[in-house]
Design a protein around this ligand. Structure first.
Ligand SMILES: CC/C=C\C/C=C\C/C=C\C/C=C/C(=O)SCCNC(=O)CCNC(=O)[C@H](O)C(C)(C)COP(=O)(O)OP(=O)(O)OC[C@H]1O[C@@H](n2cnc3c(N)ncnc32)[C@H](O)[C@@H]1OP(=O)(O)O
Length: 280
């Protein structure tokens, strides 16, 4: 159970430029949330070694962090990773391979919840992509309004490469950013884009060299909205994203997921893929 710990302290995270700002922290082991008192922007940092794979516990804590950002009336939120080379490896394969059925249900329901809160948030969002972002990691980054990425990394929805199908709301999330044709090709190929290619096609907005620069660029983006009335901005964003949000029928999607994941050929594929990751 996530219990936000709100304390005042100096920020150790954002380097000298922001280190004098007092920050409020609401943190757990897996997700650190820090609100800069000067900018009012929350940085939500995923911290699950080795690769921030999204298991039930990490998803639950992300969901709670999004609630806390909403409740605190933060000016915006930056999603980042504490790891040097990985933003998030996507869904934790161990949640889907030979799963406990009750936990599998909880896992998927919580993932839906995180997406609904992040993609549908009223506050401005940006992703500081300081590491690789395959599949579910790409989904989180794409659910934000702006993406800043370090060079020589990869991002994309690679599900078909694993022999699985990205759910339709993963697809809609990509379609909110890229032209339909580009999305169809990316999805059917299971394409992982380099940072540079992702920038060229518009999947990523800016490339920077360091995590600190990524956080600074995300902050600049969120500050663009400083003079825009908050409610009007939020309703405009939510209205623009409504079609994608409403298309998700949670019960039907859950049933489909449970059915597909339990198919012997999907289990076999997930097992082989997991083994190949271990042998790498
Ligand atoms: C309604 C329709 C429904 C359903 C159809 C059914 C299912 C579809 C549902 C959802 C879509 C799926 C979405 C996903 O997100 S699936 C996950 C896809 N992720 C990946 O393919 C990424 C795999 N990982 C990597 O490519 C690399 O690990 C990465 C580039 C991220 C980092 O490389 P690095 O060299 O730094 O680390 P590694 O040595 O590879 O890994 C370290 C360690 O971590 C383990 N690992 C990696 N990724 C995962 C993962 N996703 N889940 C669990 N574990 C992972 C890896 O095995 C290593 O473990 P160990 O050997 O024990 O150290």
């Amino acid at each position: 159970m996530f219990l936000p710990r709100i304390v005042k302290r100096m920020s150790p995270l954002l380097g000298s430029r922001m280190s004098l700002n007092a920050c409020r922290f609401a943190s757990t082991d897996l997700v650190r949330t820090e609100v800069d008192d000067k900018t009012g922007i929350a940085v939500v940092t995923m911290n699950r070694k080795p690769v921030n794979s999204l298991n039930l516990e990490l998803l639950r804590e992300l969901s709670s962090a999004l609630d806390a950002v909403e409740k605190n009336k933060s000016r915006g939120m930056i999603l980042a990773s504490s790891l040097d080379t990985v933003f998030s490896a996507g869904l934790d394969i161990t949640e889907m391979y030979k799963p406990d059925q009750a936990r599998l249900k909880d896992f998927w329901t919580t993932l839906q919840e995180v997406w609904l809160k992040l993609f549908g948030s009223g506050f401005p969002t940006a992703a500081a992509i300081n590491g690789h972002a395959p599949a579910g990691g790409c989904l989180l980054a794409m659910s934000c309004e702006y993406r800043v990425m370090r060079p020589n990394l990869t991002i994309g929805l690679n599900e078909t490469q694993l022999g699985i199908v990205a759910p339709s709301w993963f697809m809609s999330t990509m379609e909110n950013i890229l032209p339909r044709r580009e999305v169809e090709l990316a999805l059917t190929l299971g394409k992982m884009f380099s940072t540079e290619k992702a920038h060229e096609i518009g999947l990523v907005d800016e490339i920077v060299d360091t995590k600190e620069e990524a956080l600074a660029k995300c902050t600049e983006f969120i500050q663009l909205f400083a003079r825009v009335p908050r409610e009007a901005r939020a309703l405009t964003k939510q209205s623009f994203r409504r079609e994608a949000l409403q298309k998700l029928d949670r019960d039907q999607d859950l049933q489909m997921f449970i059915y597909l994941v339990n198919q012997p050929q999907v289990q076999k594929g997930l097992g082989l893929y997991f083994e190949s990751l271990k042998k790498k």
